[in-house]
Structure formats: C-alpha cells, structure tokens
Design a protein around this ligand. Structure first.
Ligand code: VGL
Ligand code: ZN
Length: 206
C-alpha cells in the first residue's frame, strides 16, 4: 500500500510568498496529476505561532537566511512565514485537496523548528504521522512538495528511518538551494531512498 505525502504546499512557499521557493508553483499541477494514482494521500502544513523561534524577527539583530541557534540546535533564521491562521499558511486553491485524508501540522512549538512531517528537529515530539500511516497499512511513501532541501527531504529521511520504502518525486518538488538539494538527495539515496520522476508513476495503470 502506497501513500502520497504532500509536504508544505502553502502560499508562503510559492512565488510572491514570504519564503518563496523558486518555481514552487510549478509543482502544483504535477501533484494534482499524481493524486488519482494513490490510495492514501496526506498533507503536512508548516504551522507556526507568531514570533516563532525560527523567525529572524524573533532574534534582534539577526537577518533572514543567517545561521544561528535555537535551543540546543543549529537553526537557519527564516523570514516570518506560515503563521497559523494567515493566508500564507493556507494551501493554494489551485491544489486539489479534496482527496487529502489527513493534515499533519508542525512547527507549532515556538522553541523548536520542525522540518520533517514526522518529528521536530530535535526528534523530541512525534506528530503521529508514522503511526497513522502504519495503521492504514502503508508500506511505501512518495514525498512531494516544498521545499526539497528542507521539509520534503527531512520527511523522506524520517520515512526511511521508520522503515518505509521511500521515494522522492523530484519534479514534484523544488528546493530553496540547489546545492542543498543535491546534498539532501545523496543522503536519501545513501539510506536506500529512491529519487524518481512523476512520469514513471503516471505511466502505471492506476
Ligand atoms: C520549510 C524552511 C522553514 C519547508 C519550512 O517547508 O521546507 N523550510 N520552514
Ligand atoms: Zn517553517
């Protein structure tokens, strides 16, 4: 049983958004086309409270995209983005969310960031996604969405760590940094993950 995980396709990660991923809008049509090929579809949403600790604005004197620390972890400081209840945190209307069965929200604790859909960055809090997928009989996970070098990549790494057969649909994701994505793909492949193109999935009958 295979599941599609749509990671953080939210207005703030699209061109014009607060933390725009280059070409992020181009994944939407590809993801819409993939939906009929999956028996289970779930989504994640980056869902920060105002003044979240990952925001540069929460650290006087720090600028977006600088590195620093949050708690006892290294942290990239981001522009304010995906604040709970704002339009930027919503999924775009052009994304077909009708077949999405569950949404897992993350990044809600102001003191820690959460790139993966499974855990926060310190691996302290579980979102319940793994148990949900196991309960539904899922064995294979296909990850798509934004951004490839952060939330999609870390979701795929945690899926592998949980023992799921894991795929990243490369043309259905876009990275913030191309080099970061190359490094992320190497790490995923090293753990047995597979990077593929959507046409391979669309070729199949169902
Ligand atoms: C993300 C940076 C900060 C992502 C979320 O969804 O990839 N990146 N928050
Ligand atoms: Zn975030």
């Amino acid at each position: 049983m295979k599941a599609l995980i749509i990671v953080d396709i939210q207005n703030d990660f699209l061109p014009g958004g607060a933390l725009a991923v280059p070409g992020g809008d181009q994944v939407i049509a590809i993801v819409n086309n993939l939906l009929p090929h999956f028996e289970l579809i779930v989504a994640t949403q980056d869902w920060h409270p105002p003044h979240h600790g990952s925001f540069a604005s929460a650290h006087p004197g720090r600028q977006p995209f600088e590195s620093g620390r949050l708690g006892d972890l290294e942290q990239v400081f981001w522009p304010d983005h995906c604040v709970q209840g704002t339009l930027g945190a919503e999924m775009p209307l052009s994304l077909n969310t009708k077949p999405v069965e569950a949404i897992f929200r993350k990044g809600t604790d102001p003191g820690i960031d959460s790139y993966s859909g499974f855990f926060d960055n310190g691996k302290k809090k579980d979102t319940g996604l793994a148990a949900y997928l196991r309960g539904r009989g899922v064995t294979s996970i296909y990850t798509v969405g934004l951004a490839g070098d952060y939330c999609v990549g870390f979701t795929a790494l945690d899926a592998l760590a949980h023992g799921f057969q894991t795929f990243v649909v490369e043309d259905a994701t876009r990275p913030i940094s191309q080099q970061g994505f190359e490094d992320m793909k190497s790490a995923i492949r090293q753990l047995g993950g597979i990077i593929l193109n959507s046409y391979l999935l669309l070729q199949q009958a169902n």
